[in-house]
Design a protein around this ligand. Sequence first.
Ligand SMILES: [Zn+2]
Length: 335
Amino acid sequence: MTKMHLYTAACTGNAKNCRYPNEVAVSSEESLRAAVSKDHVCAKYKNSYRSNDNFLLADCIVMDCDNDHSDDSKDHYNHGEVEQYYLKNTHEPIITRENFEKVQHLIGQRKKERKIQDRTGFYQSNHLFTGKMICLHCGAHLKHVVRSGRKSGLYDAWACPTHIRDKDKCPLKVLEDSKIRAAFTTMMNKLIFARRQVLEPYIKNLENLDTENADKEIAEIDAAYSALLKQQAAIMQLAADGVLDTSTCQKELADLNDKKNDLGSKKTSLTLAVSNNYKYITEAGRLLKYLREHNITKEMDENAFLEFVDEIAVYSRNMIGFRLSCGLELKEELQ
Ligand SMILES: [Zn+2]
């Protein structure tokens, strides 16, 4: 078998993952099977981060077949019935693998010579939260910035681009990178400590979820929501007719809004639990396995973050919520 290279992620089934740090030289069926059991790409990317701009080189071609018409592997195409080909040197490479390795070696040597600190950690930390933090004031993704403090000197931070452009459009101030990391570690430690109280009952609930009953509940929520809308219209009419004074009217409307928001979030979580039931159970199971196998720690486990966190909801500069791939959102205060 001709040698080719794949690049694997630390996770499986995570559509949002962009990091593929492990280079695997595939030379046999076994090594190919091992490599493709993880999420993988067939090209080498700068900083191991998949994007069009980061493309460096590739030495294999994938025959893609979409199997998204069914989750049942029996219905999937191509169990070897379609031939697959490895075509070598059909395209002029931008850079050959040999030259690429040589250049990497040279870069490494020069770094050592000049005693330049390896910045890998810096880039990784930049990418870790990129595209994952959402400002709940304006919906924008936070971006990495460097700030300087009087005592601390330069430090990594995350800022809402809307706030940077116009403070009146979004009130969110910068969040310190190190605090987000500490909050993640605290959350994981709490989960390790309280997995029996938090995660195990959650999985049981998911497993016992009665979808028919949930559909009924959703219909009830919809009915209650329409009733609130009617009440809202009635209150506004009374205010317009002068029967209700403005402050009572505002209080009533604020009350109704709270109730509407409550119903809205109930409906969202119920709908998600129904539609993602299988995914959530699988993901929660993976998380539980991780929690069982790990002890409380002070160091952030970046791989665990990539594996288990879909996004971070940013409520304020002091409050964030980790939205986990298993459907839970766990809030943490930034200390
Ligand atoms: Zn914002």
